[in-house]
Ligand binder design. Structure first.
Ligand code: AMP
Length: 120
């Protein structure tokens, strides 16, 4: 899949659409989801133009991957979620239910999150 530079997260990265930012560094931006599914629901995105986890894992540089993973863990700690725990999720492609075609991790916290996969 070709990266769409007008997807909503690309527009957030360019500052064309506001977000409730929780973290930013040279490789990563994180902000609150507009439609939270848990008391804490944060999206962590790379600044690079990657469509999905599949794309990011195949093409991102080691520096980008390291920065992304480190940032995701730090954000969870900064939100006070490391204890008692949280869930990270990357919907990928059609079967994964991905809606926004810019790779993002969902970080859910703030309550017991129940079963791993909801029935459809
Ligand atoms: P996914 O289905 O994994 O692609 O998730 C996309 C997520 O982006 C959903 O949870 C949406 O609520 C969220 N979302 C869409 N637009 C925005 C926005 N402008 N700011 C923050 N979150 C958004």
């Amino acid at each position: 899949m070709t990266y769409d530079p007008n997807n909503i997260f690309a527009r957030i990265l360019r500052g064309e659409i506001p977000c409730k930012k929780v973290y930013e560094d040279s490789h990563v931006l994180a902000f609150h989801d507009v439609n939270p599914q848990a008391p804490t629901h944060v999206l962590v995105i790379p600044k690079g133009a990657y469509v999905s986890f599949d794309d990011f894992s195949a093409k991102a540089s080691a520096d980008e991957i390291t920065a992304f993973v480190r940032a995701a863990g730090q954000i969870a700690r900064d939100l006070g979620a490391a204890e008692p725990g949280y869930r990270i999720l990357a919907n990928t492609g059609l079967n994964g239910g991905q809606e926004v075609p810019h790779f993002h991790l969902h970080l859910f916290a703030g309550r017991r999150l129940g079963r791993m996969i909801a029935a459809d």
